[in-house]
Design a protein around this ligand. Structure first.
Ligand code: MF3
Ligand code: CO
Ligand code: CO
Length: 238
């Protein structure tokens, strides 16, 4: 899992360096395929329940599962979440980050910064004996204190030799509720935070989830492992 996580972290950094106005989300997918195949890795998303591409690229009002396409050319001021899941020797490393294209817009910058802080606060409560509700509460409280809402339709997940395993990790909840965490558990935390309503809708392609009010959404994701006294982020570069 450390090797898969490190690969995911290096891969996303490589893709982020390509971001600029004028490139399409299909260009990012092409770069992802080149990066993984050069190393003998595969991409978890490709053909996963019929998903047609190797990464997810979710722009502006897209909450998650945006499908890369030549038709979507990035422009100055867009935000884009890139979500990668390379498979290394059968193990999955899952991470995503939201980036500004060109010059950040102030409202987008606040949403992206708050979402990143939600993930940091969630990771900070992870240790043996803590509960899943502690994670959700940390995210929900900080998001709502900033006037934002938490997406309920998608959750973090156990991960290992399969992409999505139990437990489900909600990004909302009550402190002290839910299953207890144990040393050695590997799972993702991946809050999706919306500027307006928490409600989403899935487009006719069967994948692209957008905010119902078409306001902005941001997301950050790490794969972590619970350790003796806390956790280790497997998808961060030191
Ligand atoms: N990487 C996403 C997650 O964080 C899942 C993408 S599934 C796909 O769980 F099929 F859309 F790629
Ligand atoms: Co995930
Ligand atoms: Co992911």
């Amino acid at each position: 899992m450390r090797r898969a996580g490190r690969a995911a972290a290096e891969m996303i950094e490589h893709l982020a360096a390509l971001l600029k106005p004028g490139i399409s989300t299909a260009d990012l997918d092409d770069a992802a395929v080149a990066w993984t195949s050069a190393r003998g890795y595969r991409n978890g998303p490709l053909n996963y329940h019929g998903y047609p591409k190797s990464i997810c690229t979710s722009v502006n009002e897209v909450v998650c599962h945006g499908i890369p396409t030549k038709k979507l050319v990035l422009k100055d001021g867009d935000i884009i979440n890139i979500d990668v899941t390379p498979i290394v020797d059968g193990w999955y490393g899952d991470t995503s980050q939201t980036y500004h294209v060109g010059t950040p817009r102030p409202q987008a910058k606040k949403l992206v910064d708050v979402t990143a802080e939600c993930l940091r606060r969630a990771i900070a409560v992870v240790k043996p004996g803590a509960r899943l509700g502690d994670i959700g509460a940390a995210i929900q409280e900080y998001a709502e204190a900033n006037g934002y809402s938490v997406v309920k339709d998608f959750v973090g997940h156990g991960i290992g030799r399969t992409f999505h395993a139990p437990p489900q990790v909600p990004h909302y909840g009550k402190r002290g509720k839910g299953s207890r965490l144990e040393k050695g558990m590997c799972f993702t935390i991946e809050p999706m935070i919306n500027a307006g309503t928490w409600e989403i809708e899935v487009l006719d392609d069967g994948w692209t989830a957008v905010t119902r009010d078409r306001k902005l959404s941001a997301q950050f994701e790490h794969t972590i492992v619970v350790t003796e006294h806390g956790c280790e982020i497997l998808t961060a570069l030191e």
